[in-house]
Design a protein around this ligand. Structure first.
Ligand code: ATR
Length: 290
């Protein structure tokens, strides 16, 4: 019997998830379909009832519903509880289970390059929703975190959330500092660069051993990543996080291993097509948001 999946959000027309998941179904010969639905915040409860009534097996959740959907679900996985946000819902024996694959998707995206997390130092630039998901997942892997944000109170609040979960974290000034010398993983989680803006400061002097990640994937290489590359660092954009959060959602729904390479190719193909036809419009939607 055909299984039905979807992504809900507002706006949703730029979501790359349908093509990514559909490429996976084709690769494994699965009888499944994945749709996108634009759901306004005032209609979220009706939309969830509708998806259940129509027999959907699960769906992804994106902005602005990741927190508001929680009260409409029956149970949450530890990852969703930890993040205080849901990006994946599974219907199992009539139960609505909320899950979150954003943080672990980031971990999967960097683990090949970082080669071990425990005791290493991560600096996060930004303290919004995306930073929270990533920070809590990295702390769970045993990394020591240093959070820098333009608004210091938000960095402090994130540090407290990490400490409540048993992690190690400090907050600092949103500026270059001594941390540059011994950072293992630097993650740019703010929206600066999404529209071609320069990052407010340079990472000149950063340890060449550092892996530098920007969660923006369109443009493919932000000014921030170019700066890091010029300093001799290895760099990654946000495409890997987008891919792996999708692959983990797939595995949560369907079990087994997601066909990651086929899903990656589908993402890359779509991005290339959209860049060539409507780069400007697409640039609005180029960030992996946790
Ligand atoms: P999301 O959930 O997508 O991460 P968010 O919660 O609005 O979005 O967080 C956006 C992050 O980008 C915040 O860390 C924000 O900093 P403030 O907390 O100081 O607002 C950061 N940000 C956005 N625009 C910025 C700018 N021009 N300079 C520096 N930081 C910026």
């Amino acid at each position: 019997m055909e299984k039905h999946y979807a992504v809900i959000g507002h706006p949703i027309e730029h979501s790359l998830s349908p093509e990514m998941h559909k490429a996976g179904y084709v690769a494994l010969g699965l009888d499944a379909e994945y749709q996108r639905f634009d759901v306004e915040p005032s209609h979220l409860a009706e939309a969830v009832e509708g998806l259940c009534a129509l027999g959907f097996s699960g769906w992804n959740v994106t902005l602005p519903h990741k927190e508001n959907i929680i009260s409409l679900l029956d149970t949450l996985t530890p990852q969703a509880k930890r993040a205080g946000a849901v990006n994946t819902v599974k219907i199992q024996a009539g139960q609505r289970i909320g899950h979150n694959t954003d943080g672990d998707g980031f971990v999967c995206a960097v683990e090949g390059e970082l080669k071990g997390f425990k005791g290493k130092k991560a600096v996060l630039l930004g303290a919004g929703g995306a930073a929270k998901g990533i920070a809590l997942a990295l702390a769970e892997q045993g990394m020591q975190l240093h959070i820098l944000n333009r608004t210091p109170e938000k960095a402090e609040r994130l540090v407290q959330a990490i400490q409540r979960e048993g992690g190690t974290a400090t907050a600092g000034v949103f500026a270059p500092g001594v941390w540059l010398g011994d950072v293992d993983l630097l993650v740019q989680t703010t929206s600066v660069g999404l529209h071609g803006e320069r990052f407010p400061f340079s990472v000149q002097g950063i340890s060449e051993q550092a892996l530098v990640v920007d969660i923006i994937f369109n443009p493919r290489e932000t000014a921030f990543l170019q700066d890091a590359k010029q300093q001799g660092c290895r760099t990654l954009n946000g495409l890997g996080m987008l891919l792996h959060q999708g692959a983990l959602a797939w595995e949560f729904w369907l079990g087994g291993q997601a066909p990651v390479e086929e899903m990656r190719q589908a993402l890359q193909k779509q991005l290339s097509q959209r860049l060539s036809t409507d780069g400007k419009k697409e640039a609005r939607n180029g960030r992996s948001k946790g």
